[in-house]
Design a protein around this ligand. Structure first.
Ligand SMILES: [Zn+2]
Length: 195
């Protein structure tokens, strides 16, 4: 006969059981994937990036390795293998979107590989930089755009995509930007007062 055991069915802290399980799964300071989960991305973007970090995105290169796809090139006309490094750092569509954001006054750094990007995102998390929100949203949107093209839907224009990214990140982006500016102002004021 099985022994009785305690089972958690509700939390007095107002946290759902599902949320507690989720937190316990990702309570891992040393795990790289925790960086992406702490950036403050929207849920869909977080899940997408978790899959990127876990190499679980079914892109052409990924499918080809499993014998499920013959065409391995990026559908955006880059003439390069569609794989994680390409989609997250090198695709010309991503670069065009980032350049449009830059032209509107929202610059983001560029990277040559996913590993380099991961390192920068980790640094961005520590410094509460605002660019990771834009960059991660841009990669996610470009991925959705290429899927739309594959399914015969219309391709989004660069302007539409850049506007959508700004619209989706406005709250987090500007609150973080304001926080950084206030911190810089406070530090400079403190320095001025001390001198
Ligand atoms: Zn491409």
């Amino acid at each position: 006969m099985d022994a009785d055991s305690l089972e958690l069915i509700k939390s007095p802290l107002g946290t759902s059981i599902l949320a507690i399980c989720y937190d316990s799964l990702f309570r891992c300071e040393e795990n790289q994937v925790c960086t992406i989960l702490k950036l403050g991305l929207r849920p869909r973007e977080s899940i997408f990036w978790w899959r990127v970090y876990m190499d679980l995105i079914p892109m052409c290169g990924w499918l080809h390795r499993r014998g499920l796809c013959a065409d391995v090139l990026c559908p955006m006309g880059c003439n390069q293998l569609e794989e994680l490094n390409h989609v997250t750092t090198q695709c010309k569509k991503l670069d065009e979107v980032l350049r449009r954001l830059e032209a509107w006054g929202f610059p983001t750094p560029r990277f040559t590989s996913l590993d380099e990007l991961k390192g920068a995102l980790k640094g961005g998390l520590l410094t509460k930089a605002s660019w990771p929100l834009l960059y991660c949203a841009a990669v996610h949107l470009c991925w959705g755009n290429r899927n739309a093209i594959r399914h015969g839907k219309n391709e989004s224009t660069i302007t539409m995509m850049a506007a959508k990214i700004l619209g989706s990140t406005t709250h987090s982006f500007f609150s973080r930007n304001l926080e950084q500016r206030f911190t810089k102002w406070a530090l400079s004021s403190g320095t001025a007062c001390a001198s």
